[in-house]
Design a protein around this ligand. Structure first.
Ligand SMILES: [Zn+2]
Length: 164
């Protein structure tokens, strides 16, 4: 592999490991927020797509990516926000879904579609016991990107990702 290829792989790994402060259990690589990493003219260009347009965390993430790459020795880092196509929960990797479950957050149903954001929820199984007997308590969980649910089988409340 050429030096450029190695640098690119390293830049990708570093950027992908940056966490979304709203969901600190997985990196933006597994979250699907990291869209592209390119070497260009001695610098690095990084594309990220916000999980949801109102997420104030996105500026923090852009800054964290820049800081992480700069401290790893990449001299020029440019982070671009790419708004189209819009992020969807389908972009969360399998590893990312497992990390969410391990943390007690119900991962979004696959291919839920953007309509789900506005309340047409599909069944959300309990991340703790797997029961489908769950009910939504509130549109807003610990952050605006999550809703608060409760499992009627094990009686535990849990956060669920809103399907975007
Ligand atoms: Zn349960």
């Amino acid at each position: 592999m050429s030096v450029v290829t190695l640098d690119l792989a390293r830049a990708r790994a570093i950027a992908g490991a940056v966490v979304d402060p709203e969901i600190p259990v997985l990196g933006i690589g597994d979250l699907g927020v990291l869209r592209d990493v390119r070497m260009s003219g001695g610098g690095v260009e990084v594309d990220i797509t916000p999980t949801y347009s109102g997420c104030p965390a996105m500026n923090v993430i852009a800054w964290e990516v820049e800081a992480a790459l700069a401290s790893a020795g990449f001299p020029q880092v440019r982070v671009r926000l790419v708004l189209s196509p819009a992020w969807t929960t389908d972009w969360i990797t399998e590893a990312g879904r497992q990390a969410l479950r391990d943390y007690g957050i119900a991962p979004p149903a696959k291919r839920a579609g953007r309509r789900a954001l506005f309340g047409a929820d599909d069944d959300t199984p309990c991340p703790r016991c797997g029961s489908a007997a769950t009910e939504k308590l509130s549109e807003f969980g610990s952050t605006a990107c999550k809703a608060l649910w409760r499992c009627t089988a094990c009686r535990e409340p849990f956060d669920a990702f809103k399907c975007l």
